[in-house]
Design a protein around this ligand. Structure first.
Ligand code: RET
Length: 238
């Protein structure tokens, strides 16, 4: 295969390469640290590693896809999210389990995350014309998750699980509220003609590029950062 040349101002390719490497490095870190992680936190740290590992594999593909076609790898991106976001929900369940989290809480979180992503996928691909409607539905599921981790069951259980778990859950709740809010911003950026009258970038091609860069930065923060909060918790509480 011929070597594809990357322009030095191709920030989309740049963030795909960095994203791939960062996800790989984070996975190696989490997996190797399992050996000296207290028994009761091992599953949580393992799940952190699975999240970045799944992302690393998808980033490897997305990087190649983007390089060869110049297009946005929307399909791979959503496959990645559909696997990794429910795993983040598993993390919330695992850290509140000791305080009595029930399996029904896990299903609520997983169900809401699937609704959020499937409706988002429709709006971004097969039913572009109704992207506002799909965006609103997806946003509703997103707010439900944010509600659960900020004020609902997750937050209440975390309070009774001790100060360290409560503190870590609060930081993770900030990830959901601020880190995850970057994705709807990317969605608005990439929606042709803008959304809700918001049109952030005029040129449609530039808009899709901006969307990819925003998603890539958000993924690094939300997957690696999220995993590190769990890792830090595993070192503080034993
Ligand atoms: C590692 C990947 C993560 C944490 C992905 C999270 C994705 C979202 C929170 C996406 C949310 C969306 C909306 C709230 C509305 C517009 C459509 C989405 C799917 C971009």
């Amino acid at each position: 295969m011929e070597h594809l040349k990357i322009a030095s101002d191709n920030y989309v390719a740049f963030t795909f390469f960095i994203g791939t490497m960062a996800m790989m490095a984070a996975s190696v870190f989490f997996f190797f640290e399992l050996n000296n992680t207290p028994q009761k936190w091992r599953t949580s740290v393992l799940v952190s590693g699975l999240i970045t590992f799944i992302a690393a594999v998808h980033y490897y593909y997305m990087r190649g896809y983007n390089l060869e076609t110049g297009d946005s790898p929307t399909f791979f991106r959503y496959v990645d999210w559909i696997l990794t976001v429910p795993l983040m929900c598993v993390e919330f369940y695992l850290i509140t389990k000791k305080a009595g989290a029930k399996i029904s809480l896990l299903w609520k979180l997983i169900f809401a995350s699937l609704v959020m992503l499937v409706t988002g996928y429709f709006g971004e691909t097969i039913d572009r014309g109704n992207s506002v409607m799909w965006g609103v539905l997806s946003g509703a599921a997103y707010f439900y998750i944010a509600y659960l981790v900020w004020f609902g069951e997750v937050s209440k259980l975390a309070q009774s699980a001790g100060p360290q778990v409560a503190k870590a859950t609060k930081i993770l709740a900030w990830f959901v509220l601020v880190g995850w809010a970057i994705y709807p911003l990317g969605y608005i950026l990439g929606t042709p003609g803008g959304l809700f009258g918001i049109k952030l970038v005029a040129d449609p091609e530039a808009a899709v590029k901006a969307m990819d860069i925003v998603y890539n930065i958000a993924d690094a923060i939300n997957k690696i950062g999220f995993g590190l909060v769990i890792y830090a918790l595993s070192r503080k509480e034993d």
